[in-house]
Design a protein around this ligand. Structure first.
Ligand SMILES: NC(=O)c1ccc[n+]([C@@H]2O[C@H](COP(=O)([O-])OP(=O)(O)OC[C@H]3O[C@@H](n4cnc5c(N)ncnc54)[C@H](OP(=O)(O)O)[C@@H]3O)[C@@H](O)[C@H]2O)c1
Length: 136
């Protein structure tokens, strides 16, 4: 089930996963605010895309950016739950919510599919307050 259009703030929007989040969210009809420290790095132009310049380490940047959004997505952070990130194209076919990715020497997941999972979860929440490793 697709929800009505949301206003989404994305931290780390210039990163490799962040760029996937931005482009896939726009394709899904969402309105996106990209929180970036270097707007020149953002190559996407879209009428539903707004650029917010700021530094995630400065609280005032975040306080100014968050209001008037329905959701905040982050592609920042420590070496989070995804397996080794790759740049292979979107597959929309991956394993979710396994304890770990046994049976693989080096589990992988593409940035495109991480972005896909995040946006699916946003529109149709199934794993609230759960840690969910993803891999193929
Ligand atoms: N690479 C892997 O194999 C791997 C594996 C597991 C987990 N992860 C984690 O998955 C996440 C995404 O990975 P990725 O490869 O997509 O990362 P990435 O390409 O390095 O992107 C990182 C993003 O964070 C932004 N950023 C960092 N410090 C910032 C600050 N102070 N203020 C504003 N923005 C800031 C960067 O902005 P700039 O463009 O301005 O630098 C960039 O947009 C990361 O948390 C990473 O640790 C990665």
């Amino acid at each position: 089930m697709r929800t009505a259009s949301m206003r989404i703030l994305i931290f780390g929007a210039t990163g490799r996963t962040g760029r996937e989040l931005v482009s896939q969210a726009l394709r899904r009809g969402q309105n996106v605010s990209s929180f970036v420290r270097s707007p020149g790095k953002l190559t996407v132009v879209d009428t539903r895309l707004r650029v917010v310049q700021g530094d995630i380490q400065r609280a005032e940047s975040i306080h100014a950016a968050v209001p008037e959004h329905d959701a905040v997505l982050s592609a920042l952070g420590p070496r989070v739950q995804p397996a080794a990130l790759t740049n292979v194209p979107l597959t929309e076919s991956y394993r979710v919510r396994v304890r770990n990715c046994r049976g693989r020497l080096l589990p992988t997941i593409s940035r495109a599919d991480v972005a896909h999972f995040i946006l699916e979860e946003l529109e149709n929440p199934r794993h609230i307050r759960q840690v969910v490793p993803l891999c193929y």
